[in-house]
Design a protein around this ligand. Sequence first.
Ligand code: AOE
Length: 250
Amino acid sequence: AKRVHLSAMSPEEFISRIMDAEPPEIYLMEDLKKPFTEASMMMSLTNLADKELVFMISWAKKIPADQINLLKCCWLEILMLGLMWRSVDHPGKLIFSPDFKLNREEGQCVEGIMEIFDMLLAGTSRFRELKLQREEYVCLKAMILLNSNLCTSSPQTAEELESRNKLLRLLDSVIDALVWAISKMGLTTQQQTLRLGHLTMLLSHIRHVSNKGMDHLSTMKRKNVVLVYDLLLEMLDANTSSGSSSSQPS
Ligand code: AOE
């Protein structure tokens, strides 16, 4: 029963499968030495991201597509959407983990990061305004994964064409599931259509912030502010030409 095609399921079943695939709550488990320095803040952020990536890979495997290649494009978008979801009930704060929360008022210490902080807070407020539901959140996350490659890949071989078609069918199922989740909310048909539009438009904001964040991380790495290692490094390298791992001592 485990190998049942996700695209052959009812929207309800589909959502319950992707809800089951949700990663657990992750703790940073570090003594945060305050005041933060640029290096210690970046180290905490990247340590957390690194831990989350391990669980993100197991999550993506349960949404059967070409997971690793897809994740290379969208891992930071997925981290950011997760961060917004955890922070949605805490105006003005970003809840990285139960033991790592940051306020806007805590001020500036990492160069260039407050712009990203504010764009994340703005997206979070928008989700709060919309009263984002858990079912919608898991659908949006799967949509980011499945959509990440579609506009950049032009299939060359029969295999690539096949995998692209599979991706498109899965994406259709996720959209159906999102539509179903919205239809449970007791809105008029027009309100449902508008909500679908507003939710999907937020994905364009997330893509934008993620691109900014990717540039930021590669700059921090190039300036040796932070040592980016293993998994995170591999994911960063996939996004930047300047991210070559050979430029950093191991
Ligand atoms: C890590 C885990 C996660 O779940 C999400 C994100 C999203 C953004 C990522 C970050 C991460 C990993 C590291 C990245 C960053 C974007 C750019 C950076 C990739 O290279 C989080 C972005 C938001 C970061 C906000 C940090 C605020 C720091 C300023 C606050 C401050 O200065 N304080 C608290 C210290 C005050 C003492 C002076």
